[in-house]
Design a protein around this ligand. Sequence first.
Ligand code: AMP
Length: 304
Amino acid sequence: MSVLVVGSIALDTVKTPVEEHADLLGGSASYAAVGASFSCPVNMVGVVGDDFPEAHIDYFRQREIDLAGLQRVPGKTFRWSGEYMWDLNTRETRSVELNVFEHFTPTLPESYRATPYVLLANIGPNLQNHVLDQMERARFVIADTMDLWINIARDELLRLLGRVDLLILNDSEARQLTSETSLVRAGARIRAMGPRYVVIKKGEHGALLFGDDRFFSCGAYPLEDIHDPTGAGDTFAGGLAGYLAAQDTAEVSWEQLRRAVVQGSVLASFNVEAFSLERLRTLTTADIHERYEMFRLMSQFEVL
Ligand code: AMP
């Protein structure tokens, strides 16, 4: 089964305390689509300008990502620049240039409309809603969001929440959305807003999955060297969505969701080992399986 991924496609400039790189392949859809492509076929929707390097398009093709929904229009590609502080957890956005993104309307090719799994990666909730308006009968819809939309497009985001099966957001966003300090309370509050499932990401401390009267806690892989945390959340969402789509069952089960959260965490842990999507370029299925097993062993313990 395939997954439809919509989001931003960007040229990023990223500064960490030790390195700075400009014009890197980035954007929520780029990370999410490549993350999902390790498990299932991907239909990508996004926009780039005429300055977008052909080599990046070739890379998407190499990952066998369907690009019928990729719009290439005159103008400059969306650009984002961010700087990480010493702990690599705190980030400041230095600049955002919307460019061709400003007038982007995600129009689905006919061939995408019946895609069973949908990942609405981080873009404005109005665009995320517009994608759902064009879908025929999605089996499972996942959405990601960010603080910006909670601040400036709250009503549109609340409308979206009534239409998604799983919302993914980070801890500060969950607190911002619900005005709760406890993440357990925040998870329950968000579920009451619509999504049956909620994942709250806690950066280097892992992720929490909330479902009907139950939750699952997945740790993060303890890495010695983190080079660039950009796109960790998007790669997580892509890995999770790809895993679910590859199961091809009539209903998504709680057990599948737990494994999908681990798969997302595995992909994200690789992604932060290098700038942009560089680590994903050399990643193999064997690497993924090996680290999945490390995650399993890491969180297993004997009865008292
Ligand atoms: P993350 O590290 O998961 O927050 O994702 C970082 C990616 O999000 C970068 O590659 C940016 O290009 C992209 N990005 C930053 N701001 C926005 C925005 N307002 N809308 C869509 N994508 C964005």
